[in-house]
Design a protein around this ligand. Structure first.
Ligand code: GBH
Length: 485
């Protein structure tokens, strides 16, 4: 029986913001210019060139250090509301610490921000997108408590230098990649692999550094600068392999909590998720340890961390099917602690990056889950995008964006999820970490064999430009999609 017709407006709310993103190390190049010092990624790649799929590095990358004016031209052409980029810590503070400020580095970001403002593009600035000064790594990096002081000195300096024009700050991009990949699995710089210990210690120090930076902003800068600050967390959706079977439902939640809740729960409630605390404590006891491998937050720390999140900043790319397992990937302690395994079926649509399968349905479920779990927060999508081989006629990217934007519309209109902005990853093709230049995420193509690093608009850029102009997913269907109930 047809009981009614459900119609979803295909239009975005009038104050919805559209943007694109990049990060310093992936685009700037000029890796030693004007007194910039070496970051952990430069150090890692220069000493192990084989870890990068095509043997490349980001010494020049998109050369945005010299070509930011062209970058802003592209942003203008797209008509974006905001541009998310990151500041290179070793470019601003070559010694790592705030005892010497590199004026040339400061000037670069001043110029960029000024040009953005002149063109009415809001800067959304990430303080840390994985490029720690190598000198600080040599003193322990994120495994050291000193990180809190190093990072908050750097953050305070940036608020002071740029806060007049920057109203949206991100402390860290994707703690999971920093801690699990960098200190647990040994695949990202600094390539340490003590999973189940160093990754948890990294998360502990990172969260304290984030919280302290939030309080510094809140107390010393917010009163007159009036901006907002948060931390970006990457969420994949974790779907139970067998839905409605309690053990599988629990496995999926467990993976969500170990992969993302571990970083987000503290921001909302001050502490690790209960399930994470319980499972790590249980396993630590079984291993004969006197205390949990997961560091414990003191009451004071809990109070300090709780509430340090002005909006929920979410990166979304893909989903996984999850099942309970007693023998998960042995090298991955956090998976072992979670007691789950996960995989992506071969028939899900593929991207160029092996880890990325197209799952807009997972995005919609995730948004609903976030609304329900964190008390209906304002959500900004700070990254979403897909890789291919760099084609100019990039149908795959257009279809990916169309499906993911549609998922947002459905989450807004069907579930009342408060999504206020969307950021495409990425403005242009750039250095894609371990994939080098083989996986391309850009709306603009970059020719890396050309010394001028020529940028060319792809079909997806024209598609996104239209969406931004119309504030709608299509112009033809009267802004509504209807389905029979
Ligand atoms: C984002 O991370 C990053 O913020 C951004 O810099 C990056 O360019 C973009 O994604 C695209 O990758 O190499 O198989 O061991 C998204 C999360 C982190 C998921 C790295 C895949 C690599 C897995 N990604 N991870 S693998």
């Amino acid at each position: 029986f047809v009981t009614g017709i459900e119609c979803i407006p295909r239009k975005f709310p009038s104050d919805f913001k559209f943007g694109v993103g990049t990060s310093a190390y992936q685009i700037e190049g000029a890796w030693t210019e004007d007194h910039k010092s070496e970051s952990i990624w430069e150090h890692y790649i220069h000493s192990n060139p084989k870890v990068i799929a095509d043997g490349s590095n980001a010494d020049v990358a998109c050369d945005s250090y010299h070509k930011y004016e062209e970058d802003v031209e592209m942003l203008k052409n797209l008509g974006v509301d905001h541009y998310r980029f990151s500041i290179s810590w070793p470019r601003i503070l070559p010694n790592g610490t705030a005892n010497h400020v590199n004026q040339n580095g400061v000037q670069y970001y001043r110029n960029l921000i000024k040009l953005l403002k002149k063109n009415k593009i809001e800067p959304m600035v990430t303080l840390y997108h994985w490029d720690l000064p190598q000198v600080l790594q040599e003193q322990g990096g994120f495994a050291s408590e000193k990180l809190v002081k190093w990072f908050t000195d750097y953050a305070r300096l940036c608020f002071k230098l740029f806060g007049k024009d920057v109203k949206t700050w991100i402390t860290f991009n994707e703690p999971k990649q920093i801690c699990l990949f960098g200190y647990g699995l040994g695949v990202f710089a600094p390539a340490l692999n003590k999973s189940g210990e160093l990754d948890y210690l990294c998360a502990y120090n990172l969260l304290k550094a984030h919280a302290e930076a939030w309080h510094i902003y809140n107390n010393e800068f917010r009163p007159h600068q009036k901006g907002r600050i948060s931390m970006v967390v990457e969420f994949s959706w974790h779907e139970p392999l067998l839905p409605d079977v309690p053990a599988f439902e629990e496995a999926a939640i467990s993976n969500l909590e170990f992969m993302a809740g571990i970083y987000v729960n503290p921001l909302y409630r001050g502490d690790w998720p209960e399930i994470v605390k319980a499972k790590v404590a249980h396993n630590s006891r079984k291993e004969g340890k006197d205390r949990s491998r997961l560091p414990e937050f003191s009451t004071e720390e809990i109070n300090q961390i709780k509430g340090t999140c002005d909006f929920l900043a979410v990166n979304f790319y893909t989903s996984f099917l999850v099942y309970p397992s007693v023998t998960p990937q042995p090298e991955m302690y956090s998976a072992r602690d979670a007691g789950v395994s996960s995989y992506q079926p071969w028939y899900w649509e593929e991207a160029k990056s092996v880890w990325l399968k197209v799952t807009p349905w997972g995005f919609k479920r995730l948004l609903k889950y976030l609304k329900d779990t964190y008390d209906n927060p304002e959500i900004i999508i700070t990254e979403n995008g897909i890789s291919d081989g760099g084609e100019l006629d990039d149908d795959l990217r257009i279809s990916y964006m169309q499906q993911h934007l549609n998922a947002i519309l459905e989450a807004i209109w069907e579930y009342g999820v408060n999504v206020s902005g969307y950021t495409v990853w990425s403005l242009m093709d750039s250095f894609e970490w371990l994939d080098g230049y083989q996986s391309r995420f850009g709306l603009y193509h970059v020719d890396f064999s050309d010394p001028r690093r020529q940028r060319t608009m792809k079909a997806s850029a024209r598609y996104y430009k239209d969406i931004i102009k119309n504030r709608s997913l299509d112009k033809t269907s009267g802004y509504l999609t209807c389905s029979l109930e």
